[in-house]
Design a binder for this molecule. Sequence first.
Ligand code: BNI
Length: 124
Amino acid sequence: RGKCNLAGWWQNELGSEMLVFNANSKGNFSGEYYTAVSSAQKPIETSPLRGSQHLDEDGKCTFGFTVNWSKFSDSTTVFVGQRFEDHRGQEVLKTGWLLRHKVNSLHDDWQATRVGTNIFTRLN
Ligand SMILES: O=C(CCCC[C@@H]1SC[C@@H]2NC(=O)N[C@@H]21)Nc1ccc([N+](=O)[O-])cc1
């Protein structure tokens, strides 16, 4: 883990928040995701995340994690990104994501995957 400790509370520009628990010696971690936005029909609920990170000493580790939108939505998001420190030494997680929601037939598969980016900073 060294300088690349992702554990703690993060927020992104959408107002979503996530709590990341300490990674183990293999770089695997888990946590909880509280999305501020959703296109699902049911009320938003806390959802589990699982991921893995590199354990670079320089603090610029890459990582990925999957959020299973548990009960409120039949969908899954995978985030992939890297940790940086900005000019003020503030930690930033630059991420890209793919959001796959369940569709009822192969004919609808074309519309099932959304893509985007999120920037996370530590929740003060
Ligand atoms: O809405 C959802 C589940 C919640 C997704 C939140 C996304 S994850 C990437 C981005 N970063 C965040 O912090 N929050 C958003 N599932 C869903 C989406 C679309 C449809 N659909 O039918 O179109 C159904 C369910």
